[in-house]
Design a protein around this ligand. Structure first.
Ligand SMILES: *Cc1c(COP(=O)(O)O)cnc(C)c1O
Length: 230
């Protein structure tokens, strides 16, 4: 079974990277990015024990969540429009990973308050400072930190990044190190413990683990090449 073989190889690569970095075994969570793949493929991963899945479009997640067993956990890893926040929270998405502006964070806090819940989020950081990219630049995040940390119905669990593509996995290391150092600085500043760092994809997840990722988001290395033609 292709998907199950791939999953096993990735889990063992993650374990090896944890060991190289002197990190505790099992300190990295593998998120299987199932965007564009059908429920039948996702069920192969489920059969191999995978329970955490990520989708980058809410609409697609909303069709898959009810079609998969209820013990799956779902993260939204792509940009979320403010008018879709309520739907995402009502659907039971457990982590909104790509919160890329203070306006969005404020909207999530307000809607979570209306629903009587605390929403778990990650703040997306534009680690390589490209104009076109989503996310807070490191200096924006430092500036907005006190206001973000004070939002009442949010549990800001940590930071995530999607660095610009690099030739080699090693090429992404500086971006991952930047995210880790930023999280360290914000932890020192307080008041949040920020346990999660979501970084690393199919190409470079092992390097991300070495740099301290607690969540790696892996799609094509598990499920194969994505087909966007339909
Ligand atoms: C698609 C996607 C991934 C997975 O990418 P692969 O290279 O297929 O592993 C990870 N993170 C985000 C935000 C994505 O949109």
């Amino acid at each position: 079974m292709y998907i199950q073989d791939q999953l096993r190889e990735i889990r063992s690569n993650i374990a090896a990277a944890e060991q190289r970095a002197g990190r505790p075994a099992g300190s990295t969570t593998l998120l299987a990015v199932s965007k564009t793949f059908p429920v039948s493929d996702i069920m192969h991963a489920y059969a191999d024990g995978q329970r955490l899945f990520g989708e980058n479009r809410l609409q697609e997640a909303l069709t898959k969540i009810p079609a998969m067993p209820a013990d799956c956990e779902w993260h939204i890893i792509g940009p979320l429009q403010r008018n879709k926040v309520r739907k995402a929270l009502e659907a039971g998405v457990t982590l909104l990973q790509a919160v890329d502006s203070r306006k969005l964070a404020e909207a999530i806090s307000r809607i979570a308050g209306e629903l009587g819940i605390t929403a778990r989020i990650l703040l997306e950081v534009n680690v390589d400072g490209e104009e076109s990219k989503h996310g807070f630049t490191p200096s924006e995040l430092q500036e907005e930190w006190d206001a973000l940390a004070a939002l009442p119905h949010l549990d800001i669990r940590g930071l995530m990044c999607i660095p610009a593509p690099t030739e080699t996995p090693e090429g992404a290391r500086p971006a991952f190190a930047t995210l880790r150092r930023l999280a360290d600085a914000l932890r020192t500043r307080g008041p949040l413990p920020l346990p999660e760092l979501s970084m690393g994809m199919s190409h470079d997840y092992a390097v991300a683990v070495e740099e301290g990722a607690t969540i790696v988001r892996v799609g094509s290395a598990i499920f194969g090449k994505r087909d966007y033609s339909h």
